[in-house]
Structure formats: C-alpha cells, structure tokens
Design a protein around this ligand. Structure first.
Ligand SMILES: NC(=O)c1ccc[n+]([C@@H]2O[C@H](COP(=O)([O-])OP(=O)(O)OC[C@H]3O[C@@H](n4cnc5c(N)ncnc54)[C@H](O)[C@@H]3O)[C@@H](O)[C@H]2O)c1
Length: 289
C-alpha cells in the first residue's frame, strides 16, 4: 500500500503534484536540485492552500495537516518511499539518468512514475532496475484544479503497478484515462499540434497574438487561447513535446515552429520566465508582448 511519496522536481508540476498528494493524506517529500525552486514550491503550495481556506473549500486545520505532511530536500533522503513521481524538465537524457539513479536508491517494491508529457515510458522503464514497476502519471496544469491524470502503460508495466497507481489517483480525487505508450499520448498528441499551429499563425503574420487567442476562445469555446496556454505550459516544454512528436513519428507535420525555437533561445519561456507570447508582472494577468 502506498503511504510515502517522493516527488522528483519541484517546478510548476512537481509542486502541484506534491500539494494534491499531501492533501489526500500521503507523506510527501519534494526533491529539487535548486534551492530557489524548493522555496518557490513551498511558497506556492502554501499560497494555494491559503486560497482554498479563504474560499471555504478547506479548513485551517486541514491546511496545517497538509503542510505538516510535506518536506523538501535536495536529494532522495531514504529508501523507504513507496512511489516516486518524477516531474523534472522534459528532457529524455535527464529523465533517463535520474530515473536510473533513483531506482538504485529506492526499495525494490517502490513504483516509479513519470509525469512526462510525451517521452516513451518504455524507454524510461528500461533505464531502471525495475521496468515492470515504471508507469506514466501525466497530471494536468495547474494540478490542484485540473481533474485529469493520463496514465501511460509502458510495454513492460505490470498489472499490479497499474492497479496501485489507479488507487492513488482515486484517493487524490482525480479522473484517469489510459493511453498506450506512443509519443504525446492522448492529450499532447492533439493539443500540441494545435498550439504549434497557433504559433505558426503568429509567425506568418496572420493575426496578432491577442486575436489568435480571442478567435479560439470565442470561436471554439476554449477557456484559454492557445498562445496563453503555451505560456502557461512553458515554451521550453512545448518545444520539447513537439520535438518528441516530430522525431517519434518521423512526420514533418509535427515540425516545431521556428518562432517557438527563437522564443526558447531568448529565454522567453512563458509565465515562469515573466515573458513569452505575453508579458507577466507579479500577478498572472497578461499583457501583449
Ligand atoms: N508545464 C505543464 O503544463 C506540464 C503539464 C503536464 C506535464 N508536464 C511535464 O512535467 C515535467 C515538469 O514540467 P514543469 O512545467 O514542472 O517544469 P519546470 O521547469 O517548472 O520544473 C522542472 C523542475 O525540475 C527541476 N530539476 C531539473 N533537474 C533536476 C535534477 N537533476 N534533480 C531534481 N530536480 C531537477 C528544476 O529545478 C525545476 O524545478 C515535464 O516532464 C513536463 O513535460 C508539464
């Protein structure tokens, strides 16, 4: 039975995953190499819990209990975790190395899940010492608000691993869909080409960023335009996902837009960098770049 969870990577996804797991009663340790990111993760979780209290969705006591179940470290502190959820940068070399290292640091029963948006779970699984205990748990952003977790079974994932992870998803109150291990799975196979096409529309001068987003919000009933959504996801993550689709399917229809590459080269990564297709101040309201 899963009781102790380690979340590897405390960025925007890692802090959200830690938040929902701790709130559901799990003891959660967040591991991130960056002290700044650990501090930001703790501050973000506290702020989001405070917001739930002020809206009347959570009691002050439950908030304190959630925070007491959370700890933050620069390395995996012991072997006794039952589940590791990896949420580091979308980079296959980094993830492969970290999961291989982590598998040697955890007890043999521990399950290893990756929050990757697009990378082959089978490739990640075989880098570890326990391919049958590796699975994809793809949370959506922002994790505390989004209902879906996409579960990806690698070619090697066992039924016991799948069932254990399905129980966790039920306990944290999310809804699961199951995808085969193919580039981008379900959500990003469909979403990312749309975002990339929106970036091409901007690149080709078809319309302004604001009009592209307004068209898709008001014309197709999306809560957020594709360029604003790209900024929320992170343009480095969008580029990494498009590159996995492009390479994985060997199909030019997935080629990343050159403007996306330029923005990533400039460090204009979206909200987390303060600038992407829009500019962001201290609050999350956006202005056109
Ligand atoms: N952003 C999204 O909307 C979204 C949605 C679903 C899934 N994902 C996936 O989640 C993962 C994380 O994305 P994110 O948006 O949180 O990125 P992020 O840039 O906000 O966070 C990545 C974190 O990984 C940490 N990190 C890097 N190297 C590390 C190491 N060696 N050890 C420990 N920590 C390390 C960084 O310090 C950073 O805090 C990616 O695989 C991404 O594809 C992202």
């Amino acid at each position: 039975m899963i009781q102790q969870i380690v979340v590897l990577g405390g960025g925007q996804m890692g802090n959200g995953i830690a938040h929902v797991c701790a709130q559901a009663g799990y003891a959660v340790t967040v591991v991130d190499i960056s002290e700044k990111q650990r501090e930001l993760a703790q501050a973000t979780i506290t702020k989001n819990l405070d917001r739930s209290v002020s809206k009347g969705n959570l009691s002050e006591a439950a908030k304190k209990e959630t925070l007491a179940r959370l700890s933050f470290c620069d390395a995996i502190p012991h072997r006794d975790f039952d589940l590791l959820i990896e949420a580091v940068t979308e980079n296959v070399v980094l993830k492969t190395k970290l999961l291989a290292d982590a598998s040697h640091r955890l007890k043999k029963e521990a399950i290893i899940a990756s929050n990757t948006s697009s990378i082959s779970l089978t490739q990640l699984a075989v880098a570890t010492d326990r391919p049958e205990q590796v699975i994809g748990m793809h949370f959506m952003n922002p994790v505390p608000l989004m209902q879906l977790v996409e579960v990806i079974r690698s070619l090697t994932t066992s039924e016991a691993t799948f069932q254990a992870v399905a129980e966790v998803i039920e306990k944290i109150g999310k809804t699961m869909v199951v995808s085969q291990d193919m580039p981008g799975f379900i959500v990003n196979r469909i979403l990312m080409p749309m975002i990339n096409e929106a970036i091409y529309s901007l690149y080709e001068g078809i319309a302004t960023a604001e009009d592209i987003d307004r068209a898709m919000k008001l014309g197709t009933n999306q809560p957020m335009g594709p360029l604003a959504l790209a900024d929320l996801i992170g343009l480095d993550t969008c580029l990494a996902i498009m590159s996995v689709l492009h390479e994985g399917f060997s199909d030019s229809k997935y080629r990343p837009c050159p403007l996306l590459r330029n923005y990533v080269n400039a460090g204009w990564l979206g909200r987390k960098a303060g600038r992407g297709f829009y500019q962001y101040g201290g609050s999350v309201s956006c202005q056109k770049t």
